[in-house]
Design a protein around this ligand. Sequence first.
Ligand SMILES: Nc1ncnc2c1ncn2[C@@H]1O[C@H](COP(=O)(O)OP(=O)(O)O)[C@@H](O)[C@H]1O
Ligand SMILES: [Mg+2]
Length: 1067
Amino acid sequence: MASYEEVGIGDAVLLDEISTRAFVENLRVRFNGGKIYTYIGEVCVSVNPYRPINLYGKEYVSQYKGREIFERPPHIFAIADAAYKAMKRRGKDTCIVISGESGSGKTEASKIIMRYIAAVTNVAGQQEIERVKNVLLQSNAILEAFGNAKTNRNDNSSRFGKYMDINFDFKGDPVGGFVKNYLLEKSRVVMQQPGERNFHSFYQVLFGATDAELSRLKLKRDVNAYHYVRQGGTPRVDSIADKADYKSCQGAFKTLGFSNEKIDAIWRVVSAILHLGNVQFTGGGDETLISNPEVVRNIAELIKVPVDAVMKALCHRVIAARGEVMEKMHTESEASYGRDAFAKAIYERLFSFVVDGVNTAIEVRVEEQDRRYKYNTVIGVLDIYGFEIFDKNNFEQFCINYCNEKLQQLFIELVLKQEQEEYKREGITWTNIDYFNNQIICDLVEQPHKGIIAIMDEACLNVGKVTDELMLEAMENKLKGHNHFTTRKLSPMDKELKHVEEFRVRHYAGDVVYNVKGFIEKNKDTLFQDFKRLMYSSSDPVISSMWPEGAKDITATTKRPQTAGTMFKNSMVALVKILMSKEPYYVRCIKPNDQKSPVIFDDQRVTHQVNYLGLIENLRVRRAGFAYRQSYDRFLRRYKMISQYTWPNFHGGSDRDGTKILVEEQGFTNDVTYGNTKIFVRSPQTLFALEQGRAMLIPGIVVFLQKMWRGGVQRLRYRRMVAARTILHHYRLYKMRSYMVELLRVFRNVRQMPDYGKHVRWPAPPLTLRNTVTDFQSIHNRWRAQMILHKVPRNEWPQLRIKVTAGDALMGKRADWGVRDKWEGNYLASNQENHDSSSFQSAVRNMKNKDAFKEVLFSSLVRKINMKDKMSERALLVTDKQMYKLHSKTFKPLRSPIPIQELTGISVSPGQDQLVVLHLRGGNDFVISLISQENFNRVGELVGLLLRQYQLLCKSDLKVLVQSTIQCMLGNKTRIITVEETEVGSFAAFRRGKKRGELIYMWPSSLNKALPPPTHTNLNHRHAPPAPPSHANGNGHNGYGNGKNIAYGNNNKQTNGSHLYANQGQY
Ligand SMILES: Nc1ncnc2c1ncn2[C@@H]1O[C@H](COP(=O)(O)OP(=O)(O)O)[C@@H](O)[C@H]1O
Ligand SMILES: [Mg+2]
């Protein structure tokens, strides 16, 4: 429990003695100590301090926000918070009923409550909610300007009843609202008691409007110039700043979205009423005239109707009788009556119009409601006129006091009766508290046929001339003997009551004497139709729209409108119904004195109010009662986490058993009573402890729930993932399977195809098979190779490989490279080529021993040219390691061998000649022409095996150039060799060219062989495997002619050379 300094007793339930005296004394002590709020349980009693007190700042808001009522010193904030919490926590509609007599602080209280709600909501700072709050708060300025007036009791007295709903969304933020107004005291428009004023709006426009505005409104800045605002004699009041209020009212209009046209029309209507009050009639005999027609002109201009129409409406009346329309001139007094009725009616309409405008501004937007605010809850704030007793009480007081009877009835219903009945129902021992039930007074007023309102209505319905006096007689007849009603005739001894004029009602709050004068008239509330039509005819659409019924035809028979009394009664019944449906919170306002003094505490006045508000009964019931009750199931649901026996679920019996176990465990047994269906908790402290225990555990539970939820979500996600994976897996399988089926289909007859399926287009593989398909393709390629190769004897494979290498370098570049011949390499070792092969072989043996090579790859006689352009015959020997230049007869090496690694490139010509230039490091290339007995073309063979050997030794490729002009180095000099075919000669020879450094290699064209036509040249099946592809054009078909077999052998059907070696390097 929070501890705080206390003056008197904060909660009257804790008073030592329960008596009116003790209660009022406590209020006095607290009032003098600056404590204006005192509790009776959860009812807040507020004593008007009549001075600004620092109780409503931010620091106070934070002290009460989210707290329980009993935690902090009594404050109206706590009530507002309780209503708000109940709404937010339990999703219940709540209402705060503020009652008390005029000037006791109800309106202030309602504003404080609204400001508090605005302060504690919308922590997220949403723009729309800020707008709504601002509009809600600002609407007060408008409602007060038009509905409040200075009375002798209150400088800012509300002259209308106000019930305001604030709508909240599911997060507890205000999203809109609705204002319902009750019975405006419109008689004030035309008449004010001494010391009082008309509604603020009149003074605001007179004091606040600029000169320019005034002149447009045809007004002078002089209150005394206008009859309707000067009667009270107190146009200026210290506590009211009309000028500033006019400004804030205008600002509020803007904030609430009133259009300029509307605002303008509103002030024009206000001004028109001021002028109307000055209209005077003169009459003699049958004629009634307006003595100051210029005033009428002003009115006509302001309400935008023709002048003569106004004149006519003021002086005449159009009556429709039996289908005939007649015109009748008013008497002077009829005209005055009509004028005042007109003024009152216009103002009443204007007020409703303004309230409608406020409602439009604060309306919960429908689309918002649909979208976000499904769980819309409401806090209602009722600020309605308090009980009034004047010296002269008339129809209005009668209505107001009836309203207070109804509210008291509601209070009794809800707080006193219900509470006691509940105890009885729950079987709890209970001593009945006597309280006065004012139902009998409510009945006196509202009962059908015999109630006062019914009697008044009957009087109004009568066709003949019924006077107020006759009506009083009817009341006397019907209500004779009623304990709460009397007249002089019924109690002749009562000298206080005037004969045939007054009746007294014994209200719950005290006796009130009403004067019946004007009752019928006010109840009838007639306004001549002419005025309605006049207003409807206004060319200002705003004004015209306020009077829709003016559109009716004169002859149209109108249903008799409901009387003012009945309408008020109905609105009260509706109000009570609204309030009944909500959880009520009460603020009971008390006025400490009639002097608006911050220091006087008038015991008698306060005692009177305490009595009629029934506060002592309230206190008694409360004291005997329980602070909190709840049905067992809801109690258990709310607090079950506190006990290990009930958390998470109680299985040991009924909810009641569970509740008992929980309460016993927590040690609260002495503070509770068990009813039939509910548990009753006596002190708030126990409840507080329970709430605290719960609050402590909630975060853990939330985390637990979040954990479970997240787990659930993840498990669901996991299951989905697994399902997706399974689907994916099967889909992949399906794709693979269909791909394989497709492959099988397209390759079905591959064995029979001439190219073993090389031309077959592979269908696009699914993603998953992309890599696999590459493997398939290489397997297919291997298979094809195998299919082709198995026809070539294995011992020819090395030769084949060299042919492939040579083909790589020469295919397509050189006309003939001897691929069709059998490549035997070591030609000088054969007798066919070399008569002295034995001496060659013995020389080779010697070299082999000396230079340690393994085998001879190539040998041939060559014609060579040296750096001095001298041509000589030599033998060329290529081993697996070196190249030898040998004497052509002795086969002795002429110089040390050149390692194959010394090669830097090979150049040959595109023709059939046998020129080979072996480029070497050191600037002295080996320029030779191969010689063979049969004139074989061995350039390809030499190039192929050198390339192959270089590859093996150096792991890199030797460059082969095929050009008819070859650049080379001889003796460190650059030479250009040009190949020329000649008709003469029988062997190839070199000679010097004309140009410097030029060498001519002459090739007798007679040595050229006829080449087979390219397309039909087939692979020699014995000797010549196909050449490998060059890949130069990247399509696998390379330069051998469109994938058709060329140049290799004769087996056209079986072998396509260009395909055979599609995958070079696999050999
Ligand atoms: N809580 C308060 N703090 C300061 N002054 C207050 C307070 N309540 C009421 N008053 C004063 O009392 C006057 C009348 O209050 P009001 O709420 O208008 O009475 P009611 O609406 O009950 O007729 C206010 O104008 C203000 O001066
Ligand atoms: Mg008020």
